[in-house]
Design a protein around this ligand. Structure first.
Ligand code: NAG
Ligand code: NAG
Ligand code: NAG
Ligand code: NAG
Ligand code: NAG
Ligand code: NAG
Ligand code: NAG
Ligand code: NAG
Length: 369
């Protein structure tokens, strides 16, 4: 069974009532952080302004020790900008007074692009029937819920492969190696026992496997910015996927690696063949077009409040997660990653959060024993 931070950390505290100082406000939006004073020569941000709608009254709450912003890769830079923390040029164009000029806020948005490659297979033991038939889906769910057996006991997408480009690859000689090190991957393969993605219309007949190919060390960078100074107005995103040729060429290599793997002996009599645009794409040029035409996000974005060394003239947070040029404010979420991990970002985000607990308790003289 999959767990999550809400189930593992929050639910036990809420249901036991053991934290009388824990409040979760629903249907409430942080409209901005307010400067509450000056400390050690730096603007201090210990007051949070909240609202429920565009035109509702605003409520302010103040922290005695510090404010921890965990708004996520889009929400965190959005709140920082609304609070006057961001690029002076951008903020002034929206009539927001700059308190801390940090041009990196919202920049360096990085994500893993993926392509879903579909194959027709000679099997009935895929998820396609339950995706097409709600009665069967209910029956299969009840079987799992009562016995932990059946199709749902082995969730689709649980088998992954991580690969490097070959060391003599012309892609590496052209672009250098953007991965974290000689044992980190460039490519991920995810094996899905159905026509993916879940939620897309499944063809009326047939059974499928989907092999997702992803570039996990991309060089493309996008950004987010404000659409307006209204906190209820969604910000603007430009993910800039595949703007670096490294990402396109590596995606093509990922598809070729996947095809090599799918043509090996154990798949014989199981895989009937590729379908859709993949079946028509054989040359490198066609595969590049296919990659550009079908790429989408795996929702692993990071980097919009990226960490940099103490004293650096770029970046958003210091190595202790405090926001540069401020006092009393830190960011704890995936926006602080200085580069994208070559893996799924959920566990690394929990690692950042656990590490943040050490920083926060140490600097406030709190005990976690
Ligand atoms: C984006 O990241 C690079 C390092 O990867 C850094 O040199 C650059 O300053 C960053 N850009 C911004 C606007 O923060
Ligand atoms: C849907 O599944 C139910 C339960 O297995 C089965 O009785 C029914 O025939 C299926 N419907 C179709 C259209 O296949
Ligand atoms: C699944 O099982 C639990 C008890 O094991 C039960 O409380 C729950 O209602 C069941 N869910 C459904 C949708 O049947
Ligand atoms: C890389 O090396 C392998 C064998 O080690 C070889 O088969 C392949 O052709 C080489 N590729 C390039 C681009 O040199
Ligand atoms: C905010 O309120 C104004 C006036 O009521 C409305 O025109 C605007 O669409 C609202 N913005 C959002 C994002 O809801
Ligand atoms: C499907 O698999 C069976 C053996 O399990 C084999 O006899 C049959 O030829 C296969 N069909 C196709 C289309 O590959
Ligand atoms: C693949 O090529 C065939 C023949 O040119 C064409 O009929 C079909 O529409 C193409 N399929 C896709 C998904 O592009
Ligand atoms: C490009 O993608 C669109 C939308 O998924 C699809 O309808 C079309 O067939 C694709 N074109 C080619 C040549 O693969």
């Amino acid at each position: 069974m999959r767990s999550s931070s809400a189930v593992a950390y929050l639910d036990p505290l809420i249901s036991s009532g053991s934290r009388p100082n824990l409040f979760v406000l629903i249907n409430t939006v942080v409209t901005k952080l307010l400067q509450s004073g000056v400390s050690s020569g730096l603007p201090e941000f210990k007051t949070v302004e909240l609202g429920q709608t565009n035109s509702s009254s605003r409520v302010q709450v103040s922290a005695t020790k510090e404010v921890v912003l965990s708004g996520g890769v889009i929400g965190t830079p959005h709140i920082l900008m609304l609070s006057g923390i961001g690029s002076k040029g951008t903020l002034s164009s929206f009539g927001i007074k700059t308190i801390v000029d940090l041009p990196s806020v919202g920049q360096n948005l990085t994500d893993h692009p993926l392509v879903q490659n579909h194959f027709l297979v000679n099997s009935t033991q895929t998820f396609d029937d339950v995706l097409r038939n709600e009665t069967l889906a209910q029956q299969t769910f009840i079987e799992w819920n009562t016995t932990r057996q059946g199709l749902f006991a082995n969730p689709s997408g649980g088998t992954l492969g991580f690969l490097r480009l070959p060391s003599n690859s012309s892609i590496l000689s052209e672009f250098g190696d953007p991965s974290s090190g000689p044992h980190s991957s460039h490519i991920e393969l995810i094996f899905v026992n159905a026509f993916g993605p879940v939620g897309a219309p499944v063809p009326p007949n047939g059974h499928f496997v989907t092999i997702i190919t992803a570039v996990v060390s991309p060089l493309s960078r996008g950004f987010m910015t404000l659409a307006s100074s209204d906190p209820f107005d969604k910000p603007l995103l430009n993910p800039n996927y595949l703007s670096s040729d490294f990402d396109v060429l590596t995606m093509v290599q990922a598809i070729k690696d996947m095809q090599t793997f799918m043509s090996t002996g154990p798949w014989k009599d199981f895989v009937i063949g590729p379908i859709g645009a993949l079946a028509n794409s054989t040359t490198d040029e066609q595969l590049q077009f296919y990659a550009r035409n079908t790429s989408e996000s795996i929702s692993h974005s990071i980097g919009t409040a990226r960490m940099s060394p103490f004293g650096a003239d770029w970046g958003v947070v210091n190595p202790d997660l405090s926001v540069k040029g401020t006092h009393g404010l830190s960011v704890v979420d995936a926006s602080i990653f200085p580069s994208i991990p070559e893996c799924h970002t959920q566990a690394p985000t929990y690692i950042v959060a656990e590490r943040a607990v050490d920083f926060i308790t140490a600097r406030n003289g709190l005990c976690t024993c």
